[in-house]
Design a protein around this ligand. Structure first.
Ligand code: NAD
Length: 437
């Protein structure tokens, strides 16, 4: 068992940097729901079910008072939104960020409902957040916020009802505190109350790599569908963090040529193919890509418009906009990041025949292995990594083809098809369950 409570050091040691805020629209919930509306209309969704799905089931606002290190009390605001739990317990991350708003949390909770439904795992959608600025908090303060927020949500959380996970500025250490706080309240250890935990305390093998692995799996399915040989296919990856670096590594192992990668420090390119393992060692040592020998530095925006077969945006939202969409030469765009393509860019990419694997499918590998973690915790029986990866592959390959068949049947692009599939799955359960009382 690792000792996870440290009493010193700045919180920046344990918080993720560079994680993106959600869509910068005035009202992110409405921005998300515009896509939902489009798919719902094509499905001729029953107006009653439409009204049910447009509203989150539960929105909770809590005060999170803590004693700061200097002795003063400060009160933070926390949110938890459960969008829909018709298919199973709510699932969704907790983010710590100064820009967290209730509308953002609502939007992200709905997004989780659709993501879980696309890959057909028995979860609904949720999201949570605390308005705070982790780089300006100590680890002790971060732990106090986490524990008090968890305690405030005690009635909602639970392996049968609402299961958090890491998100922006939270990680496995924060999840360990959530699990411990919840367990102290119920007086026994409940590992399945959160996912994304350290392996030593009930986390799953393969969870860290799951999102990048999922990107690799669906990219290969897309290439096969388009009749493009995977071997030698050129790939450009924007973002070299958890998702981008793992996807790049796995794609290269499968014979694709990763010709360009980027991070906040800039972009590098080698038309003959980068040695991704060497790039990773460089980043481990120097933190950033800049200065990597054996590649040319290119402008970050140039990466997006390189002559490649696959473009994998895995960094920020709104990377592909109406300004650059018509210059994109990739045949396949695999959305590792959440929301990397704006709706106006969607239209342009479609007109240019670019095959987009939408975020709610492309990056669903993470939540799928979170589901495996929950299953393993509840069974108290842990799988080896090969089993985790094989089952992930089965689910993502099947989901890709489920979405593709909706796209063909309704003559829509993969994004609309993914939403249609997800909404139809959630609506079907509502029809079967009916309305209580
Ligand atoms: P991360 O913080 O580990 O990595 C982000 C990477 O993007 C870093 O290399 C950073 O330097 C780079 N970056 C930031 N701004 C950039 C810019 N303007 N141009 C180029 N590179 C830039 O984050 P992550 O976990 O890999 O997540 C990346 C994206 O994937 C986010 O949108 C996240 O919401 C999404 N996502 C992640 C997971 C997961 O399991 N980690 C699951 C689903 C979706």
């Amino acid at each position: 068992m690792s000792h996870t409570t440290d009493s010193s050091g700045p919180a920046s040691q344990i918080v993720g940097r560079d994680k993106d805020p959600f869509l910068g629209e005035d009202n992110p919930f409405e921005a998300m729901m515009a896509r939902f509306d489009n798919a719902a209309e094509r499905l001729h969704l029953d107006p009653g079910i439409y009204r049910v799905l447009r509203q989150p089931e539960k929105q909770i606002i809590v005060s999170v008072p803590i004693v700061r290190e200097h002795g003063e009390i400060e009160v933070f605001t926390g949110y938890r939104v459960l969008h829909n739990t018709s298919r199973g317990p709510a699932k969704g991350g907790i983010r710590f960020d100064p820009n967290v708003t209730l509308d953002e949390v609502k939007a992200l909770a709905a997004w989780m409902t659709w993501k879980c439904a696309v890959v057909n795992i028995p979860f609904g959608g949720a999201k949570g957040g605390v308005v705070c600025d982790p780089p300006n908090l100590s680890i002790v303060e971060l732990e106090r916020i986490t524990r008090r927020y968890t305690a405030a949500l005690f009635e909602t959380l639970g392996p049968e009802s609402d299961i958090p996970a890491p998100d922006v500025n939270t990680n496995e250490r924060v999840m360990a505190w959530v699990m411990d706080t919840y367990s102290m309240h119920v007086r026994h250890s409940v590992t399945a109350v959160v996912t994304g935990k350290p392996i030593e305390m009930g986390g799953s093998l393969g969870r860290r790599e799951a999102t990048g692995r999922g990107c690799m799996i669906v990219t290969k399915e897309a290439l096969a569908h388009l009749g493009i040989p995977a071997h030698g296919a050129r790939v450009a990856v924007q973002g070299f963090g958890n998702v981008g670096s793992v996807a790049a590594q796995l794609l290269q192992r499968d014979g694709l040529a990763v010709v360009a990668v980027s991070d906040v420090s800039g972009a590098i390119c080698n038309p003959k193919g980068l040695d991704v393992d060497q790039v990773l060692s460089w980043v481990r040592e120097h933190r950033y890509l800049a200065g990597f020998p054996g590649a040319d530095a290119i402008a970050p925006d140039e990466l997006l418009t390189l002559d490649v077969e696959v473009l994998l945006p895995a960094a920020v939202e709104h990377a592909i906009t109406r300004r650059n969409a018509s210059k994109i030469k990739a045949k396949v765009v695999c959305e590792g990041a959440n929301g990397p393509t704006t709706p106006s860019a969607d239209k342009i990419l479609e007109e240019h025949g670019v095959f987009v694997i939408p975020d709610i499918l492309a990056n669903a590998g993470g939540v799928t292995v979170s589901y495996f973690e929950w299953v393993q915790d509840r069974a108290a029986y842990f799988w080896d990594e090969v089993t985790v990866n094989d089952r992930l592959t089965t689910i993502l390959q099947r989901s890709f083809h489920d979405v593709l068949s909706v796209a063909r049947r309704h003559e829509v692009n993969m994004r609309i098809a993914a939403y249609m599939l997800a909404i139809e799955r959630v609506a079907a359960v509502h029809r079967l369950r009916g309305l209580y009382a």
